[in-house]
Design a protein around this ligand. Structure first.
Ligand SMILES: [Zn+2]
Length: 173
């Protein structure tokens, strides 16, 4: 059995070729506490200063401070660059639905519902991508399913709809 790519779903990936993403990181806040006769610097993560921050400010002065107040605040947001293992693919696409039947419990479901698992065995490590979602048979398919690759799908598209194929192949302006 072959699981085909839905030709209508193929589109250019706007992030094609990129291998990193910028994520907003944690906010770090530095407060300056006026503890009466001493200014105490205290770094906190998160939104509002809590009772713990006030208590630590007091500890730093060596005695309970009279009504410690924040007199200055500085906030900084970290930026994190996350590198992905491989550059983003050129195309995004979905597979068409393909109903398969479990050879053990005879339940029918879409191929995408199959579950995956892996682990270490006494002899060998194992990996299965064809686990029945109903009865959890580890190899629940009678026949192998081959998934069409994007290159094969594009080749198919070039024969069915050459104009759309050409458009997809053009570089983004
Ligand atoms: Zn089953």
């Amino acid at each position: 059995m072959i699981r085909l790519i839905d030709l209508d779903s193929i589109k250019k990936n706007p992030n094609a070729g990129r291998s990193s993403h910028i994520l907003a990181g944690q906010v770090t806040t530095k407060d300056w506490w006026d503890c009466g006769d001493k200014i105490v610097e205290k770094v906190r993560f998160g939104e509002e200063p809590g009772p713990d921050d006030i208590a630590i400010s007091e500890e730093s002065t060596g005695r309970p401070a009279k009504d410690p107040k924040i007199i200055k605040t500085e906030q900084k947001r970290d930026v994190q660059t996350v590198r992905t293992m491989e550059p983003e693919p050129e195309f995004l696409y979905k597979y068409t639905s393909l109903t398969v039947t479990c050879k053990s419990c005879k339940a029918s479901f879409d191929f995408s519902k199959l579950e995956s698992d892996s682990g270490c065995g006494p002899e060998d490590d194992w990996q299965s991508d064809t686990i029945c979602p109903e009865c959890h048979d580890m190899q629940c398919l009678e026949d192998d399913v081959v998934e069409e690759t994007i290159d094969e799908a594009l080749h198919r598209l070039s024969r069915i709809d050459p104009i759309r194929f050409k458009k997809l192949r053009q570089r983004a302006a």
